[in-house]
Design a protein around this ligand. Sequence first.
Ligand SMILES: Nc1ncnc2c1ncn2[C@@H]1O[C@H](COP(=O)(O)OP(=O)(O)OP(=O)(O)O)[C@@H](O)[C@H]1O
Length: 256
Amino acid sequence: MLLRDVAVYYGGFRAVKDVNLDFGRREITALIGPSGCGKSTVLRCLNRMNDLVRGARVAGSITYHDQDLYGPKVDPIVVRRSIGMVFQKPNPFPKSIYDNIAYGPRVTGMKPGSMDELVEQALRGAALWDEVKDKLKQNAYSLSGGQQQRLCIARCIAVNPDVILMDEPCSALDPIATARIEDLMIELADRYTIIIVTHNMQQAARVADRTAFFTAEADATTGERTGLLVEYDRTGAMFHNPRDRRTEDYISGRFG
Ligand SMILES: Nc1ncnc2c1ncn2[C@@H]1O[C@H](COP(=O)(O)OP(=O)(O)OP(=O)(O)O)[C@@H](O)[C@H]1O
């Protein structure tokens, strides 16, 4: 997925500008930076989730499989199937564990050889099967927060996506549940492209192949704060040898 000179507006307010990124296939990319620099805004553009926000507008180009993601013939519902999203707070449906997974394949008209098998595969893929295999008919709300988040990941992979977007997926979880999700992300990157927004720099350092650092700067005349991409590199290089002073200040804790 390729972003060229992307800017995002909410009405007349430019939330983020100058975003040029080329996400690596089957890699994990972390978007980091201080609060309000536009990380979630950029993430939501990648599967046209911002279409659902009144007044939101994307300028520049986002190309996915050589196609303009915002082209007139592109159906955002189809986009969201191949570019899935996992949110900050686990948001399972108020249904059984089984039905949470089977829902997407059913509504999208997938014809799996066997739904039972598909459900098992998705739950195995999200490292949850062993914990839930004897209670598939139980309500998803009976699971712990970390299990619910893995269920949401299983629900996402059940419709066979290509890319998984994750918006601070561990921020509501304890360190043990966080570690499990991080391990899972690394496993999933064998099959999927993963883009994650995180506030946690250690998390970016642990899981991400590449990291994009954003910041927000105030316009000298209007005072309006707009996010921008400062630096994008392999995570090791970014953390050990940042090219931009603003990145260095942020990762060394001098700012943000
Ligand atoms: N729906 C919206 N309508 C109007 N402005 C918005 C909307 N969503 C975000 N913004 C604004 O866009 C800017 C970027 O917000 P965004 O949530 O993308 O930043 P972020 O880097 O993800 O922040 P955080 O780390 O706090 O989640 C902020 O100024 C925010 O107030």
